[in-house]
Structures are given as C-alpha cells and as structure tokens.
Design a protein around this ligand. Structure first.
Ligand code: NDP
Ligand code: 2IT
Length: 460
C-alpha cells in the first residue's frame, strides 16, 4: 500500500523533530493561512527522507529559510467604476525565492485572493519552476478584485491602478508576472501598457502571456493545458495505457481546461464534462469545444448556456457534482481543493484510472491519499501544470534575444520539458524507495534543486 507519508515513520527521530518544529513555526507565524499551511505540510512530509540522507540541509536550516518569503508586498488598488464611484481592492505580490532566477509566477484576480492564497501559490511555484529546468525563481501575485460582470473599461482602469504600484517591484531581471485565474491576454495587455508608459521603455520581458501582437509567444496560451496532457500521456505510456478511447472529465472551462480538453480530444479521448463555478455540463456524445471556446473566450458568459445549443447535454448546478460522473481520467483544472475525500471516493468507486492536476493544489491531502492507496496513477500539480510557466520562460528567452519561434518549435520544446519532468519525478521517487509516488518524486526533485542552489549562494 502506498500512502502519502509512506516513509515518514521510518525516518530518524531527530530529522522528524526538525521537520515538525519547522512545520509548527509555519503554523504559529502564519495564523489562519490554511492553504499556505496545506502546501507547506504536503511538501515537508514527503522530503523527510531527503533530509535524513543529506544532513547538510538541516545544518544549513534550509527548511526554515525556504518557507519564509524573501519579500511579501501588499498594496491599495483604488479605481473608478463606470458609475464614477471610487472602489478599493487589495493587491499582492509574494517574491518567494530567487535562488534559480528572477521571481516568476502568475497574477490571480478573484474575490477569494488573500495572503494565504498568494503564499500557497508562491510556495508551489518555487518547486514547479525548478522542475521546468528553466532559470526562474518563484513568485505569485494578484488581487481580491472580481472581474466578473466588469466592463472592459473597468478592467482596464483596475489593471492600470494595480500596475501603478506593482511596477515599483518588477522588471525583466527582477520579477516577471503572468496570468492565472481571472488574468489572460487582455489583462496582461493593459498591465503591460501601463508599465511601458511608466518606465518609458519597451521592456517586453517584464510580463509573459502577452498577446502575439506585442511580443507574446506562440503556444503560451495552450501551454498549461497541452502540457498537462503531455504529462498524462507520458504517465499512461509508462503503465501501458493510452488516452485513445478513454472517457475524460475536465473541471473548469478557463484557459487550462480548454486547452487540456483540446489536446486530450486530439489524442483520441472523449471529454464528456466541464464546468464553471456555477455548475457543470455533461455531454455524453463528447463536449463541443468550439461552443465552449466561443462562450468562454469570446462572449465571457456562463457554461450553462452550452445546453441551449446542445440540447442533448445536461446542465447541473453545483460544480463539485462533476466528480460523480464516471470516467477513466479526471483532470481538475479549475481551482484549489476542488476534489475532496468524498469526490475522490466517488471517482475511485466509478473506476477512475488516472488523475492529473492541471490546477494548483486541486486535490486535498485526504483525496491524494485515497488515490495513492488505490493505486490510481496520480500526477501532482507542480509537475503536471508546469508547462505554462515553462513556456513563459521560453517567452522570456525569445524577448531577450528578439526572436520569435514558430508554434511547432515551442510545442516541441514544451513536449520535451514535460517528458523530462515526468522522468525526473519518477527517478526521484525511485531513489527514495517510494516508486510510483509522483507526489514525493516532484517534491524531492524540485526541493533538492532549489536547496542545493541556496547552499551554493550562501546564507543571504
Ligand atoms: P481561468 O480564469 O481561465 O479559468 C478558471 C476556471 O475555473 C473557470 O472556469 C472558473 O469558473 C473556474 N473556477 C474558478 N474558481 C472556482 C471556484 N472557486 N470553484 C469552481 N470553479 C472555479 O483560470 P486558469 O484556467 O488560468 O486557471 C485554472 C487553474 O490552473 C488555477 O488553479 C491556476 O492557478 C492553475 N494554473 C494556471 C496556469 C496558467 O497558465 N493560466 C498555469 C498553471 C496552473 P468561473 O468563470 O465561474 O469563475
Ligand atoms: O501557476 C502557474 O504556474 C501560472 N499561473 C503560470 C505562471 C507563469 O509565470 O507563466
């Protein structure tokens, strides 16, 4: 039986005491930050065997250093709505770890954004970025601004105000934000426009996920979703399985979901369901992606409208119900903690064979343990969804050398990166006698790379 904390009981007491003491400090120093506690706890419990084998990490107190952001910025974002009223939101940027390169990570605009969400995402980003093999540190940012129902001019004024402060803290060699929930090419355009105006310089590499008309990279829009499926494909292949002919459920209907669906369909899978935060659609004939793209990317409307054009499909309120649909493969691509113990049990009961986390931390700790105990193939977020930030790093390379690669050139590099991430995770898990546990593998491979570099750079 595999469990999340397989080797935890075997490690020496002193190592365990060190890990427990760091974990306790994180809980005490960051009260009420549940998502951050979860992300830190999940990492700490899988890297204990690494500390046992390499006491230098304890001697250098790497854990206590790595859980503390290098910098956390919080700021006021005032803006004027279309009725002339002054609105105020809170903006954030965490610059978590720059051992491997400039801070890199997305911006999330969603009313749920707070210190805990930003810190959990920034913490995950450190190890994800390390796994890509690209020279990028870990950061994250965003705002509790809710883009839903806002006009285009409100979005623009908000982005301009947000950047008025953020510009003081970022730069192509300092910190390079990109998109996340609620932030796509439109928002990146307004953010870049304001940055350019403030600096009086065309520093294309300060943001990634840019539109193609202002130095964006081909295949960045598709990268997270495609990368998720490339990772899945590699994981299935390693276990003599194939996507062709499988039934797939994908949560969300945003950037990651749409391009995960597109690649899964292209490789012969039937995607029968997707969702938004209001509910989900089930189309037993297979989702019509053209309709989803138009509804979500062009009209920016609700997924419920799908059934008006596809009367055979069924719409159900309560997005979490999507996990009761029988499927071979589940791709959670919406948000954190969307698959809990109950949803995991449902998926296992219905015969799911593989899970790949397209979203960040979409499965709870309990859900992951259920998948591992039941020998379900499980790809963890920091490895599976790393394709987005990997292509962001490729966008930075193109910007700094003033070249523009073809879609195919970027796609080929993305595929190679995802394949390498998969095999690095497998090897790290094997090395620590936890074969097949890619949660441990991803954490160990990402952690050792960052920790070794921190040691090389000294105590700074
Ligand atoms: P989008 O804003 O494009 O889409 C998000 C989707 O998830 C929407 O369908 C949204 O529905 C749904 N959603 C958001 N919040 C909730 C919620 N609380 N409950 C249920 N559904 C929700 O974001 P992305 O596709 O970019 O991001 C999705 C996930 O992937 C996030 O976890 C993000 O951190 C992660 N990710 C994104 C990357 C990227 O390159 N964009 C890279 C790596 C990870 P609604 O419209 O109703 O809000
Ligand atoms: O979670 C993520 O990796 C992202 N939102 C993408 C970050 C990036 O810099 O492209």
């Amino acid at each position: 039986m595999q469990t999340f904390e397989k080797d935890f009981t075997k490690v020496e007491d002193s190592v365990q005491q060190y890990v427990t003491s760091v974990h306790k400090k994180v809980l005490d120093k960051n009260p009420n930050e549940n998502e951050f506690h979860q992300a830190v706890g999940d990492l700490l419990h899988t890297i204990t065997p690494v500390l046992q084998k390499h006491p230098i990490y304890i001697k250098q107190n790497i854990l206590e250093r790595i859980v503390e952001p290098e910098r956390f910025i919080s700021f006021r974002v005032p803006w004027i709505d279309d009725s002339g009223n002054v609105q105020v939101n809170r903006g954030f940027r965490v610059q978590f770890n720059s051992a491997l390169g400039p801070y890199k990570g997305g911006l999330r605009f969603h009313p749920s954004v707070n210190n805990s969400i930003i810190k959990f995402l920034g913490f995950e980003q450190i190890f994800k970025n390390a796994l890509t093999g690209q020279p990028i540190g870990g950061g994250k940012g965003g705002s509790d601004f809710d883009p839903k129902g806002k006009s285009d001019t409100e979005i623009m004024r908000f982005c301009q105000s947000f950047m008025s402060e953020l510009a003081n803290h970022i730069g192509p060699d300092i910190d390079v934000p990109a998109g996340d929930i609620g932030v796509g090419a439109r928002e990146i355009g307004y953010l870049f426009g304001q940055y350019k105006k403030m600096k009086g310089r065309y520093e294309a590499g300060v943001l990634t996920g840019k539109g193609l008309n202002f130095n964006g990279s081909l295949a960045r829009k598709e990268a997270t979703g495609y990368g998720t499926v490339y990772f899945l494909q590699e994981m299935l292949k390693d276990h003599n399985m194939d996507l062709r002919g499988t039934t797939v459920v994908v949560s969300g209907s945003g950037n990651v979901s749409i391009y995960a669906m597109e690649k899964a369909m292209e490789l012969g899978a039937k995607v029968v369901a997707c969702s938004d935060s209001d509910g989900y659609i089930y189309d037993e004939n297979g989702i019509n992606l053209k309709t989803v793209k138009r509804l979500k990317e062009v009209e920016r409307t609700r997924i419920a409208n799908y059934i008006a054009e596809h009367p055979n499909a069924v719409y159900s309120e309560d997005c979490t119900g999507i996990w009761s649909i029988p499927c071979d493969i589940a791709l959670p691509c919406a948000t954190q903690n969307e698959i809990d113990e109950n949803a995991a049990n449902n998926l296992v009961f219905n015969g799911v064979r593989a899970i790949a986390e397209g979203a960040n931390m979409p499965c709870t700790h309990e859900a992951i343990s259920i998948f591992l105990e039941n020998n379900i193939l499980f790809g963890p977020a920091k490895a599976v969804n790393a394709g987005g930030v990997a292509v962001s790093a490729l966008e930075m390379s193109q910007n700094s050398s003033r070249v523009s690669w073809s879609f195919n050139e970027v796609d080929v590099k993305l595929k190679a990166i995802m394949r390498k991430i998969y095999h690095d995770c497998v090897e790290a898990a094997d090395e620590y006698n936890n074969s097949g546990n890619l949660v441990a593998g991803a954490n160990i491979a990402g952690f050792t790379k960052v920790a070794d570099t921190m040691i090389s750079l000294g105590v700074i």
